[in-house]
Design a protein around this ligand. Structure first.
Ligand code: NAD
Ligand code: IPM
Ligand code: MN
Length: 360
C-alpha cells in the first residue's frame, strides 16, 4: 500500500451520517496532534444534505476528489430517514466504483487480548488482512424485478466477475503479501482465496483459474483455498492461521464484520479503498449506527486507526505510528468507550488519544 510523495497532503473529509459525524472529528484531532502536514476540506455529502436539496454527489464530485485531493477520509452513510439508502449508494459505492478503488484493504488486528471474545487468543494470534474486491460482484446491482407484486414475481441479482477485475485484485493480494510485514516484524507468507466455487461454479471457476495462474508468478508465497462457509467457522474457532485473504465483494463485506468481532467489535475496525496511484478513500468498517448516534457513545478508534492507515499510505509513516501507538495505549489503559470496556465518551476517548499523540 505504500505511496510516497513529499509536501502537504490534501485530504477531503466526508463525515456522512450518524456516528460518522462523531468519530471523524476525533480522527482529525489525532491527525492534527501527530503534526502531519495535512490540509483538510470538509464536504457535507450525506443524508441531511440529500433531504435538504436532493443532492447526493455534485455533478463533478468524483472528478473533483481525484483532481484536488491526495486522499478522502469518510465516516459512514445510512440514515433511517432515507429508507432507499440511495444517498449511501451514490456517495459510498459511487466513490468505490466511479473512482475505481478496486482494492478494499481491511486489516484485522487484535490490540489487546481483553478485546477478543475467543479464549486464549492474544494480539500475536490475530494479525491478518482481508483484500476485498471492491468494484464488481453482486454490488454492481445488475438485474431486475419482473411481475412485481404478483405471485409470479421474479427478482434477479447478477454476480458480475470480469477477468480484469478478478486478476487485478488477486495480483494486489500477492503484492500486498510480498510488501507488507506483520506487526511483529515477521514477513507475510500466505495468500488464501475464499470463494463459494462449489455452488457458484461460473464465477468460482474464473477466480480459481486466475488464482492458480497468478500464484505461479509468486512461488515463494504459500497458497490456500477455503470455501467461505468453512472460513467463517475457522475464523471463530482459531484465527491464527490467517495471513492474507482475498475474496469477492460480498464475501469480503461479510467476513470483515465477523473479523471485526475478533478485534473488539465494529468500533475497532479500519479500512482503505485503494487504486494504486489514484486518490484513494479511507473509512472505518462500521456504519452509521443510528441507535447510538448523537449520544457520544460511538467508539472512535476504528476511525482513528483508519486515519493512521491513510497517513501511512500517504507516506507519513512516523505520524501514523504515533497514532497507532496512542490507540494501543488507550485500549490497554481502558481510556475508551463502553463497547470495549471503558467509561469514556466518543469525544473524551478521542481527546485522550490526541493528547497522547501530541506528547509522543
Ligand atoms: P453498523 O455498523 O452501523 O452497526 C452494527 C452494530 O455495531 C450496532 O450495534 C452498532 O451500534 C455497533 N457499532 C457500529 N459502529 C460502532 C462504533 N463505532 N462504536 C460502537 N458500536 C458500534 O451497521 P448496521 O446497523 O447494519 O447499519 C446501520 C446503517 O449504516 C445502515 O444504513 C447501513 O447501510 C449503514 N452502513 C454504512 C457503512 C458505511 O458507510 N461504510 C457500513 C455499514 C453499514
Ligand atoms: C461496508 C458496508 C457497505 C458494503 C454498505 C453500506 C453498502 O457494509 O463498507 O462494509 O456493503 O460494502
Ligand atoms: Mn459491511
Amino acid at each position: 500500500m505504500d505511496q510516497q510523495t513529499p509536501s502537504k497532503k490534501r485530504v477531503a473529509v466526508i463525515p456522512g451520517d450518524g456516528i460518522g459525524q462523531e468519530v471523524i472529528p476525533q480522527a482529525l484531532k489525532a491527525i492534527r496532534a501527530s503534526g502531519a502536514d495535512v490540509e483538510f476540506s470538509e464536504f457535507d455529502w450525506g443524508a441531511d444534505r440529500y433531504l435538504r436539496d436532493g443532492m447526493t454527489v455534485p455533478p463533478d464530485g468524483f472528478a473533483m476528489l481525484e483532481r484536488d485531493f491526495d486522499a478522502v477520509l469518510a465516516g459512514a452513510f445510512g440514515d433511517p430517514r432515507v429508507p432507499t439508502n440511495i444517498h449511501a449508494k451514490e456517495i459510498l459505492l459511487g466513490m468505490r466504483f466511479k473512482m475505481d478503488l478496486y482494492a478494499n484493504v481491511r486489516p484485522v488486528r487484535l490490540l489487546d487480548a481483553a478485546l477478543c471474545p475467543l479464549k486464549g487468543v492474544g494480539p500475536k494470534d490475530v494479525d491478518f488482512v482481508v483484500i476485498r474486491e471492491n468494484t464488481e460482484g453482486v454490488y454492481t446491482d445488475a438485474g431486475g424485478v419482473f411481475k412485481q407484486g404478483t405471485t409470479d414475481e421474479i427478482a434477479i441479482q447478477e454476480d458480475i466477475n470480469t477477468r480484469k477485475g478478478v486478476e487485478r485484485i488477486i495480483r494486489y493480494a500477492f503484492e500486498y503479501c510480498e510488501r507488507n510485514k506483520k506487526l511483529d516484524g515477521s514477513p507475510r507468507q500466505r495468500v488464501l482465496m475464499c470463494d463459494k466455487s462449489n455452488a457458484m461454479t461460473h464465477a468460482g471457476g474464473l477466480w480459481q483459474r486466475v488464482f492458480k495462474e497468478v500464484s505461479g508468478e509468486h512461488p515463494q508465497i504459500a497458497v490456500q483455498h477455503m470455501y467461505v462457509d468453512a472460513l467463517c467457522m475457522q475464523m471463530v474457532r482459531d484465527p491464527r492461521p490467517f495471513d492474507v485473504i482475498v475474496t469477492n465483494n460480498m464475501f469480503g463485506d461479510i467476513i470483515t464484520d465477523l473479523a471485526a468481532g475478533l478485534q473488539g467489535g465494529l468500533g475497532m475496525a479500519a479500512s482503505a479503498n485503494i487504486h494504486p496511484g489514484k486518490t484513494s478513500m479511507f473509512e472505518p468498517v462500521h456504519g452509521s449506527a443510528p441507535p447510538i448516534a448523537g449520544k457520544n457513545m460511538a467508539n472512535p478508534f476504528g476511525a482513528i486507526l483508519t486515519a493512521a492507515v491513510m497517513l501511512a499510505y500517504l507516506g507519513l509513516t512516523k505520524e501514523a505510528g504515533k497514532i497507532e501507538g496512542a490507540v494501543l495505549e488507550a485500549v490497554r489503559e481502558k481510556k475508551a468507550t463502553s463497547d470495549i470496556g471503558g467509561t469514556l465518551g466518543t469525544r473524551e476517548a478521542g481527546e485522550w488519544v490526541a493528547n497522547f499523540v501530541s506528547r509522543g
